[in-house]
Design a protein around this ligand. Structure first.
Ligand SMILES: Cc1cc2nc3c(=O)[nH]c(=O)nc-3n(C[C@H](O)[C@H](O)[C@H](O)COP(=O)(O)O)c2cc1C
Length: 198
């Protein structure tokens, strides 16, 4: 990539609900990051249930587009609501599509920041372990940092934006950590290429 271009992040929200709190968090981050990183949100509404037959014969356009968008990004920001103590089925299903082809999926080696949000005081934290494990299963590089857990999220959103200053600051600091990880990886790739050419 061009060193002068801002990093390209792809946001995946585990909720396809119209007024989703999770998607609102991503939209707020997208605005706040302007000029620093480009956050594009890929909606999961059109991703069908994962079917290996469908994938083998004629992969539908939405999963193809999602794989391409993941591949073209420098890193992922993945947020989910907690559904029955895990990530939403919508997100798990999308990640199953993203995980193929096995061992060389677009998620392999990709730096990833995970977040959860919930109206509950637990903030969706019980879904975080599953998200991390699932992404590790496809060799994504989920960054190591304190968890981004947005509790009582419904009280922190106003006019379609996350307005709670502490939550915004914490989430942006997490994105900074993701950008630092991306920078490190790019530097390592550059050093590797130089070494190979020497
Ligand atoms: C099927 C279902 C299961 C849920 N399970 C949990 C849960 O285990 N823990 C929790 O904190 N909230 C749970 N919730 C509440 C969601 O966190 C809440 O609806 C949240 O706002 C959904 O995210 P969204 O606003 O991005 O759509 C559940 C909601 C649904 C519909």
């Amino acid at each position: 990539m061009n060193a002068n271009q801002p990093f390209r992040l792809l946001g995946l929200s585990g909720s396809i609900r119209r007024n989703s709190h999770c998607t609102t968090v991503l939209e707020t981050l997208k605005e706040k990051l302007a000029g620093k990183a480009e956050l594009t949100i890929f909606p999961l509404n059109d991703i069908p249930p994962y079917d290996p037959d469908l994938d083998a014969e004629n992969t539908p356009p939405a999963p193809v587009a999602m794989r391409e968008a993941i591949g073209a990004s420098d890193g992922l920001v993945v947020i989910s609501p907690e559904y029955n103590y895990g990530m939403s089925g919508v997100l798990k299903n999308a990640l199953d599509w993203a995980s193929r082809p096995a061992m060389r999926s677009p998620v392999k080696g990709k730096p990833i920041l995970i977040m959860t949000a919930s109206p509950a005081f637990t903030g969706g934290v019980r879904a975080q372990h599953e998200m991390r494990e699932t992404l590790a299963g496809m060799m994504g590089r989920v960054i190591a940092r304190p968890q981004v857990v947005i509790a009582s999220v419904h009280e922190k959103i106003k006019d379609g934006r996350l307005v709670d200053e502490a939550s915004v600051t914490f989430a942006l600091a997490a994105v900074d950590d993701l950008l630092a990880e991306i920078r490190l990886l790019h530097m390592a790739e550059g050093a590797g290429a130089e070494g190979a050419g020497a």
